[in-house]
Design a protein around this ligand. Structure first.
Ligand SMILES: [Zn+2]
Length: 419
């Protein structure tokens, strides 16, 4: 079996690994890079594309397969969320005046080419999907062909969150011939989830005591639902004082419907509720102008560079009573959130505006941290391990920690290996 790394090699973004046997050629993920319009750089002569989860760095290039009618495999929840994210991608490109050769109808075509199932057979190849944690519908991909086993983790996490259980190590195939694993947090260990949430509530309560506003920039998919649900629950339980709380994002609102629809994929506590994501204390708003201040506002974009989160960042950060809570682990260096946090300033029309609000990063990440990555590798004992979806430094640090357990490769883009 030959494995070629077409993206997500020594970088985060554009994930795509092509697996080729004498009888079949498939791609594991088909993503774009942040800022990339719609990629045409990936191979198209494929029998099948398997999508681990809906994040666009794993699924965003699918539109380029519309003309080839390639079959797509992934969970049903991933299909629905991917379709919403692709529609939004086209909308944003059009709004920005970029000409793109795809229409909203092409997204319907992708949906019609999608096989939502957990196992599938090709000539001489069996594919099985395993729950990965990370986000709603996320799967790891197991492949058996030519007497060899490959496991591709996609993005995953092992720890449980309030809404989603982590991947179950016991269910995964042991001693695979090759493990292709993310290394986003290859050198980082995080506080556990309950400590992070405690810090989140402390920070919000402090802002409430000051009668300040709290801005929480989030991604529309999964993080917005997780945080809104957690805040809603905390207000019901008395962990947070009652306060105006809103979520502003049309895309998040649309995707929240899938969280109610596919609640069976989520934790027992969530499954027990009739419509778990119809919040009692957090209101969906269509427009910023509807906010009654002071308030907690969860909104997009997650990096604070556009949408309501950009406008509120400018409006609220000059006031020391307000708070900004960054929930993402990674923020691009050019993001205004980075400037607000690191330099205590925002740049507006070339002028520096001092940030007086409290800016705090509380990483509620859905990725495995270093200890979880090592735990998975030590439990599965792969013969060979390929580290992907991480900067070179992250991968190198992780490599040193696991090289006594498995043979490690940090592939470069376009590099090919034989398993
Ligand atoms: Zn992801």
């Amino acid at each position: 079996m030959k494995i070629t790394f077409h993206g997500g090699a020594r970088e985060v973004g554009g994930s795509c690994v092509v697996v080729k046997t004498d009888d079949a050629k498939i791609a594991l993920d088909y993503g774009i890079k942040v800022g990339e319009r719609l990629s045409e750089r990936l191979p198209k002569d494929l029998d099948m594309v398997i999508i681990s989860h809906a994040h666009l760095d794993h699924s965003g290039a699918l539109l380029s397969l519309v003309k080839t009618s390639t079959v797509v495999v992934g969970s049903e929840a991933t299909r629905e969320v991917t379709a919403d994210l692709l529609l939004d991608l086209i909308k944003v490109q059009r709004m920005n005046g970029n000409k793109i050769p795809y229409s909203y109808r092409d997204v319907d075509k992708i949906r019609s080419l999608w096989w939502a199932r957990d196992s599938v057979a090709l000539p001489g190849m069996e594919v099985r999907l395993y729950p990965a944690g990370h986000v709603l519908g996320a799967k790891m991909i197991g492949i058996r062909a030519e007497g060899k086993d490959i496991l591709y983790t996609g993005d995953f996490c092992l720890h449980n969150t309030d809404i989603l259980e982590g991947s179950d190590l016991e269910s995964l195939p042991k001693e695979p011939d090759a493990l292709i694993i993310e290394s986003t947090y290859g050198e980082k260990t995080r506080l556990n989830r309950s400590e992070l949430l405690e810090r989140l509530f402390t920070k919000i309560n402090e802002a409430i005591d000051r009668k300040g506003n709290v801005l929480i920039p989030v991604f529309a998919f999964h993080r917005s639902q997780e945080i809104a649900k957690r805040i809603d629950q905390a207000m019901q339980d008395g962990d947070l004082q009652n306060y105006n709380a809103y979520i502003i994002s049309k895309l998040a609102h649309k995707i929240t419907g899938h969280f109610n629809r596919y609640k069976e994929l989520l934790t027992e506590k969530i499954r027990e509720q009739e419509k778990p994501f119809n919040y009692e204390h957090v209101e969906h708003l269509r427009r910023m102008e509807q906010i009654a201040e002071p308030a907690i506002v969860i909104c997009t974009s997650g990096f604070g560079h556009a949408g309501a989160s950009y406008r509120l960042l400018k409006e609220w950060t000059p006031n020391e009573d307000n708070s900004v809570i960054i929930s993402s682990g990674y923020i691009p260096p050019e993001s205004p959130l980075t400037a607000a946090k690191e330099k205590g300033e925002l740049i507006e029309n070339g002028d520096k505006v001092p940030v007086k609000a409290n800016v705090e990063q509380i990483e509620l990440s859905g990725h495995a941290d270093q200890s979880e990555l090592i735990k998975l590798i030590k439990t599965l004992k792969p013969k060979q391990t390929f580290l992907v979806h991480g900067d070179l430094e992250q991968a190198q640090t992780l490599s040193k920690k696991i090289s006594h357990v498995t043979h490690v490769e940090i592939p470069e883009k376009k590099e090919r290996f034989v398993v």
